[in-house]
Design a protein around this ligand. Structure first.
Ligand code: 16G
Ligand code: MG
Length: 747
């Protein structure tokens, strides 16, 4: 007769189940341990025969798994004693006692029987028959475990049963006749949890996505690429892409098992533009390998089947599921279009079961910082806005106060440093107020272009000042010793001032590289740490030749040149213990390796070092806290610059005179197809069209200290020409000569 037990699911007359038979499980549900076995039943219709699925009634939403050892009875028996129990066992199986938990609680409250929540059709999926020669839970413990999508849920041992198998058989058979093929489920160990109905879930998600796509359709004929700064274009044609970026952010979060940021901004672009870019777990730009997915999603037709198929393929390829957890942190700048666009990102991400943290109005660097802090459990700082300002302001105060105390001793109290800032009529204006509140005794900041009158980035902001090399509108150059401009999302910073002859001088990203590198290398030398760390400066082709020359030849710090775009600079900076990177446009930061941080800390604590060495190390230690290492940050860079100027006792003129810039000129050239221009060697040389580079070389050779390059813009439909030479007249002329040759060769 034993042979047929393999088909126990067809011959079974009843499934008798035991509740609350493991104490840890009793604890997890807050139940009380029974004094005699708790018995209930499932009908044989509860079995599921492959390839059928568990059928979940559509109005049920909290179905739990309970893994159990099943005991299969081999003959009709009654009143079996504990000692005889083993003779009546034919074999075993692994089973799931599927339970609708909400209904069960309700039944318990009302004193109703559990049949419905435990005995519904398909509530008893079982594994194959296991012969009793293969396992013997009566003599040794059997490990029962269940993983859901790779995650361990139950991991228990039959030795922990409150009522052992012989006790159960004796107890049950005293009252109920057991038949050949009957099944006893012996109770579940701890670890119960909900299963999710993926089929229902994906249908539901598809419905929601369809509705969202109908609301924000993709305009026909539009092509949008994920470029150096994410997706960026006119705000009115952006809503549809926000759906796709929301989906992508969610998938990225599922894969990285970390929070991903989505920043809605178009930085220094005019008010009518907007854009979105994603932030990776460590606060850095989205990994380049994912730009492909962004572009694929962007290029797909506006059709739910096409889009859903792609998402499913991607999920399979990336080994994630719809119900995997995900978290997306959203923030936006002050553009009128931002709240709507961010809301679409939110709605789209939520369709893929994503938890949204909406930080609303923030600067781009604040969101980068927040994502980093959230993901490393606030090791880098607390992930609130208050946490951000606390960190950078406290560090600034520590550095400046110690220095001012020393100055007081020698030359009397020093007044607060004065600064006028053009906030580009953007988000930075609101955030600079916090610096004023916290640091007014050290820094007096007057904010201009705060958004109350002028338009965002219109004739103002860091990009405008850098490009036109003149003061912005809305900021009269009168009373202040120095001025700054930030851009629309506060990730770029430019300094300037008027000298006694009323001449305008600008200090751009190259100047920050030199200033930061000087300060840090001074401190490393004073702390006697210079030989132990690798320091480097990263620039792009736009860096003024004089700055590169000064860093390499006067400061003896190596310079690496990479293609335009923050992600390239940031990536390269990771090669150093101290990687200082700034684009000439004023975007940049410093990266400090863990190795450097621990060396600095050790130096501070090393009692064998001199006071001077330890002071330098501790200044460096505090300085690191002013820096936002995740990305270039106008606010943090401003405090870092002011701290350095104070500690190095440098005026803005002194900073300017560290070296002399070569005169330079930048031009925008419109050609019919900018992809005709192809570059190599960090964009410093052209490989197409043919002969262009030869012509550039020949023209450049005619100018003293001449240098020039041509590259297609990544953000506008134009080609950029850069030229520098000993005089402004020469730089202008060289740029113009190159423009002509570009136009000629791309006709
Ligand atoms: C974006 C980049 C910036 C780059 C600029 C180049 C970020 C955050 N920003 O603004 O780094 O300098 O594009 O623009 O990556 P272009 O290709 O038009 O010259
Ligand atoms: Mg910006």
């Amino acid at each position: 007769m034993t042979g047929t037990l393999e088909n126990f699911r067809s011959i079974c007359t009843k499934i008798i189940c035991v509740g609350r038979n493991y104490s840890e499980h009793i604890n997890e549900l807050g139940d009380v341990a029974p004094t005699t076995p708790l018995i209930f039943m499932k009908p044989p219709s509860a079995f599921v025969i492959e390839p059928n699925d568990i059928k979940i009634p559509s109005d049920w939403d909290e179905l739990h798994h309970e893994v159990e050892l099943g005991v299969i009875i081999n003959k009709k028996c009654q009143n079996v004693s504990k000692e005889q129990a083993e003779e009546n066992i034919g074999g075993y199986c692994l089973a799931l006692d599927m339970t609708e938990r909400k209904i069960q609680y309700d039944f318990i409250k009302q004193g109703y029987p559990w049949l419905l929540c435990k005995g519904f059709d398909t509530s008893c999926p079982c594994g194959n028959f296991i012969d009793k020669n293969q396992i013997n839970p009566l003599s040794s413990s059997v490990n029962l475990w269940l993983r859901v999508n790779g995650q361990m849920r139950h991991d228990g041992h039959t030795r922990d049963m409150i009522f052992a198998i012989p006790d159960l058989i004796a107890y049950i058979s005293k009252y109920i006749t057991l038949e050949h093929g009957d099944l006893i489920l012996t109770g579940t160990p701890a670890g119960v949890g909900p299963i999710i109905n993926l089929i229902n879930m994906s249908e539901f998600a598809k419905e929601k996505l369809t509705a969202l796509m109908l609301e924000y359709p993709k305009p026909s004929g539009i092509i949008l690429g994920y470029g150096t700064a994410g997706f960026r274009t006119r705000a009115d044609i952006l809503p549809w892409i926000m759906i796709r970026i929301g989906l992508l952010a969610s998938l990225r979060s599922k894969v990285k098992k970390a929070c991903i940021g989505a920043m809605i901004t178009a930085s220094h672009n005019p008010e009518q533009d907007n854009g979105v870019k994603l932030i990776d777990p460590y606060g850095e730009m989205l990994d380049q390998s994912w730009e492909v997915y962004a572009n694929n999603l962007s290029s797909l037709d506006d059709n739910i089947h096409v889009l859903w198929d792609y998402l499913e393929t991607l999920m399979t390829q990336l080994n994630v599921q719809l119900n995997d957890k995900s978290t997306v942190a959203i923030a936006y700048d002050t553009r009128q279009s931002s709240p709507l666009l961010s809301n679409i990102v939110k709605n789209a991400a939520e369709i893929l079961n994503t938890n949204i943290m909406n930080f609303e109005l923030m600067t781009t660097p604040q969101l980068h910082y927040t994502v980093r802090c959230y993901n490393d459990n606030e090791l880098y700082g607390s992930y609130t806005e208050a946490g951000y300002f606390d960190k950078i302001c406290t560090a600034f105060r520590k550095l400046i106060e110690a220095r001012r105390y020393n100055l007081c001793m020698t030359s009397g109290a020093k007044p607060a440093e004065q600064l006028a800032i053009d906030a580009a009529n953007g988000i930075g204006a609101q955030k600079l107020v916090y610096l004023n509140q916290r640091l007014s005794d050290l820094l007096t900041i007057e904010i201009f272009n705060d958004g109350t009158k002028g338009h965002l980035n219109e004739k103002c902001g860091a990009d405008y000042v850098k490009l036109y090399q003149k003061a912005p509108d809305g900021l009269p150059l009168t009373n202040y010793p120095k001025y700054c401009s930030i851009d629309g999302d506060a990730d770029r910073l430019i300094y300037y001032f008027i000298d006694e002859n009323q001449r305008f001088h600008m200090l751009d990203g190259d100047r920050f590289s030199v200033l930061f590198a000087s300060f840090i290398s001074n401190k490393l030398k004073e702390a006697k740490l210079m030989d132990q760390v690798k320091m480097g400066v990263i620039q792009t082709a736009y860096a003024n030749g004089s700055s590169t020359n000064y860093i390499v030849n006067t400061m003896n710090v190596p310079v690496a040149c990479v293609p335009t775009g923050v992600k390239h600079l940031h990536h390269k900076a990771l090669d150093y213990d101290i990687g200082i990177y700034f684009e000439a446009n004023g975007h940049g930061t410093v990266l400090f390796s863990d190795n450097l941080k621990s060396k600095v800390k050790a130096a501070i604590e090393d009692q064998n070092r001199t006071d001077e060495e330890r002071l330098a190390a501790s200044q460096l230690h505090v300085f690191i806290d002013i820096i936002n290492e995740t990305v270039g940050d106008a606010l943090a860079d401003l405090l870092a610059t002011e701290a350095i100027l104070c500690l190095m006792n440098l005026s803005i003129e002194g900073w300017l005179h560290l070296y002399n810039d070569l005169p330079q000129r930048q031009l925008k050239v419109a050609i019919k197809d900018r992809t005709m221009i192809q570059t190599t060697d960090a964009e410093r040389r052209c490989i197409a069209p043919a002969h262009l580079q030869d012509c550039i070389d020949e023209l450049v050779s005619k100018y003293s200290s001449g240098r020039s390059f041509v590259r297609p813009s990544g953000t506008e439909d134009i080609v950029r020409v850069y030229a520098e030479a000993t005089t402004q007249v020469d730089a202008d002329k060289l740029a113009d000569d190159i423009r002509k040759i570009v136009e000629e060769l791309t006709k």
